[in-house]
Every structure is written in C-alpha cells, then in structure tokens.
Ligand binder design. Structure first.
Ligand code: PLP
Length: 424
C-alpha cells in the first residue's frame, strides 16, 4: 500500500495464520456462528462488508454485563453504576488508543457510521449559509450522501461530488478543482464498500487543509480492514461502526478533533449532555458528553471494547495482510470465469470484490450461492451513484474477513462458475 492510503501506518506483512492453517482454524473456533450449516451446507460467510460475525469474547462481554454489572452510567453513587461507568469509560480510552486520538474525549459513542455522519452534518453543518459548498465523491455510501443533502436543503448550501474514473478511482485533479472558494466541508469514503477502492485520503485531506477546509472520513470499511491512525491522516472527523469490526450492532464511533468538537453545538438534547438547566436556557457538558444525550448503548459499548481487544490481539497488520491475500486470490480465480466482469479495478483495493455476470441478475447469483451455503450480497450496496457510474443496477459482492479461508474462495469461484454455466 502506498503512503497515500492512510493505511501506511500498518505495513503489509504476512499474517501468522498464512503459514499455519491450524492457527486460522483456531481463530475460526472463536466464532460460534462459523460452525453452523445453512441449507445443509457449511456456512461460507462472505458478507463481511455488510456486517462481521462476532467472536465468543464479544458475546460473553455483553452477556456478562447484563448478568452481573447492569446499571446506568454517569448517574449513580452505587457500586454497579460506578462499575458500569468505569467499564464504559475504559472503552473510550481503548478506542482513543486504537485510533491514535490525542485525547479520549475526542471519541464520541454513536449508534454507528450513519449516526456519526448525521451528527456532524446537523451540528457542524448548522454554520453553512446559502452558496456554501459541501464536497463528497461519486463513490459514497448513501449514509455519506443523504445527511449532506438534508443539510444542504436546510441551509441553502450546495452538494458537489468529485467524479471517479472507470476503474473506480477518484480523479484527484477533478477533486482538487472542486475544492473552490465556497467549499466549506469535505466528506470522503476511505474504502468503498461497493468497489473495494482504497482512496488516497491522506493526500485528499492535505489538499483540503491547504485551503482551510475540514474533512470527515467515512471509515466504516477502512477501520476494520486497514486500520486507521487519525493523527497520521490528520482528518478532522472519522466515523465507523462496531458491527463491521466484529463488535455488536447499535454502536459506533465518531472521532473529532477536540478544537472542532468544542465549538460545535449539540446534536441532540436530553439527560447527560448538560451542565445546568433552567426552563429558559441551559449550558452544555464538555465533550464528549455534550454529544451523548440520554442513556447510551452501554452493553454495546462494552461489546465494542471486547471486539477492539480481539482485533488488537490478532493485530490489524496481520488481518489486513490475510485479507489482501484472499482478495488477490479471489480476483485471480473469478477473473477466469467466462462472462464475469469485475466492477472496480482500482490499483489499491481491499477486502471487497464486486462483479457482474453477463445476462444474469446479481440477485440470481446471490440466490444460487445461498443454496450452496455461501453468503454474498447482491444489489446496489447503498451506493446507487456508484452503480449509475458503471451503468449497472447492482453487483454481486463477496467481502472478506479475518476468518475466511482460501478453500472458501475456491468454493466461491466454483459456485460462481456453476451459475455462469447454468445461465449461459
Ligand atoms: N459507509 C460505508 C462505506 C459502509 O460500508 C456502510 C455500511 O455498509 C456505512 C457507511 C453505513 O454503516 P452503518 O449502516 O453501520 O451506519
């Protein structure tokens, strides 16, 4: 990977389970769901970009919290409340270290990537005035398009999108040209869930910062598959979801530079986010509490902490290296299938393989593979503008996680070849 991807903080190396298949088998045992069958066949789970499976340690952490420690945080003097508060705050520190944030207070717990982007759009975005511009790209997930459309409608700002090339890479010249005098905010996907493209976000952030424009990075896919160092990237905001990082659903993270978060108004009002309240007016708690109104998702945050421990123990460099090998092998195997076209052939890709089979609807591919126990995704992947660029209604998408095997890639290739032969 080049230094422009932001993945450079994690040098690609060989993963320990590359040379030791027994190690991969041991890792797979950590994930109870991988032992089950689907339609009488062993599950081959290749839908990791949608959500990842959970190791037993994450399931146990959530169960232990509800069995032994359940209490509300931040409001109690009793033992359980203090224990829950400590467990919750410990995950904030852990997440800060995971992202290499300067301060734990730069970590705000959200419901997920979508929630984090909406928070920034509705809080930071409130300062926008008619004629201001927000710049995204053509390859964004809907969750990095719609919140900006909403804020544009509310403020009179204009939403622009940097185009991509036919290989699925952002045209950097066009991107730079679109950074105009009116551009007030840039929001970019790091790793495209529809194409697998790894964008040179560090370079793009640099271009925006030369013009004084803050940048949000959608790290929904890059945080679990590449790892991210927010200080190295120098992004102003970064969002990700716990459930794509082997953690629970319903929890995610917004990282924001302290200097920006402090100046932003709250997103939602309620308990926990205030300093003083009267009927006439209120004052706000410091960050991060200012952005965490109401009872948070305590069990999910604790589950996220267990997921971070799990990923940390294996090492993101090892995970990224293994997924890179799976992707390289799968690309090589699928490309040989008659009538198959890969959608997205960027020089830097990770974990995601999108393809179409000539004359066959992606849903048919997904349905036939499902009968063989192979879970892939078919459709527009919440990236309709990306599909429009490639003039397809959808693609079939295999996406890899740390527990996938080369044998599973063989099974995928054999099943896709079977579909091609069945319909042609
Ligand atoms: N951004 C990207 C690149 C994604 O892949 C996804 C989910 O697939 C999202 C945003 C939205 O994530 P969530 O639904 O967890 O909020």
């Amino acid at each position: 990977m080049s230094s422009g991807t932001g993945a450079a903080a994690i040098p690609i190396q060989r993963s320990p389970w590359d040379s030791d298949p027994a190690e991969l088998e041991r890792i797979r045992q950590d994930f109870p769901i991988l032992q089950r069958q689907v339609h009488g066949k062993p599950l081959v789970y290749l839908d990791n970009a949608a959500t990842t499976q959970k190791p037993q340690s994450v399931i146990d952490a959530i169960s232990r919290y509800y069995s032994l420690d359940n209490a509300n945080v931040h409001r109690g003097v009793h033992y359980l409340s203090q224990a829950a508060t400590e467990a919750y705050d410990t995950v904030r520190q852990k997440t800060g270290r995971f992202l290499n944030a300067r301060f734990p207070s730069e970590v705000i717990f959200t419901r997920g990537t979508t929630d984090g982007i909406n928070l920034v759009a509705q809080s930071y975005g409130r300062r926008l005035v008619p004629g201001d511009e927000i710049l995204i790209t053509e390859m964004e997930h809907h969750s990095n398009i719609i919140p900006w459309q909403l804020v544009a409608q509310q403020t009179g700002a204009v939403l622009r999108a940097a185009p991509m090339t036919d290989s699925g890479e952002i045209d950097l010249k066009e991107f730079e040209q679109l950074l105009g005098k009116q551009t007030r905010f840039v929001s970019l996907v790091h790793l495209s869930n529809a194409l697998g493209t790894v964008n040179p976000v560090k370079e793009m952030i640099g271009l925006a910062h030369e013009r004084g424009i803050p940048v949000l990075i959608d790290g929904a896919q890059s945080v679990p598959h590449l790892g991210v160092d927010v200080q190295d990237l120098d992004c102003d905001f970064l969002v990700f979801s716990g459930h794509k990082l082997y953690g629970p659903t319903g929890v995610g993270v917004l990282y924001g530079k302290e200097s920006l978060l402090e100046k932003m108004p709250p997103y939602q009002g309620g308990g926990g986010m205030i300093d003083t309240v009267s009927i006439e007016r209120s004052t706000w708690a410091p960050v991060p509490q200012k952005f965490e109104a109401g009872t948070p998702m305590i069990a999910e945050v604790i589950g996220l902490g267990a997921a971070l421990d799990y990923v940390h123990a294996l090492g993101l460099p090892s995970i990224a290296a293994w997924e890179h090998q799976l992707l390289t092998y799968a690309t090589q195997e699928l490309q040989q299938i008659p009538g198959l076209t890969l959608v997205g052939s960027a020089s830097e890709r990770a974990s995601v393989l999108s393809f179409v089979l000539e004359g066959i609807h992606p849903h048919d591919v997904g349905t036939v593979l499902d009968q063989a126990g192979i879970a892939i995704r078919a459709g527009h992947h919440c990236a309709q503008p990306t599909m429009q660029h490639f003039r397809v209604s959808g693609t079939a998408r295999a996406s890899f996680g740390l527990y996938n095997t080369m044998l599973e890639v063989d099974e995928l290739a054999a099943a896709v070849r079977g579909v091609a032969e069945m319909f042609i």
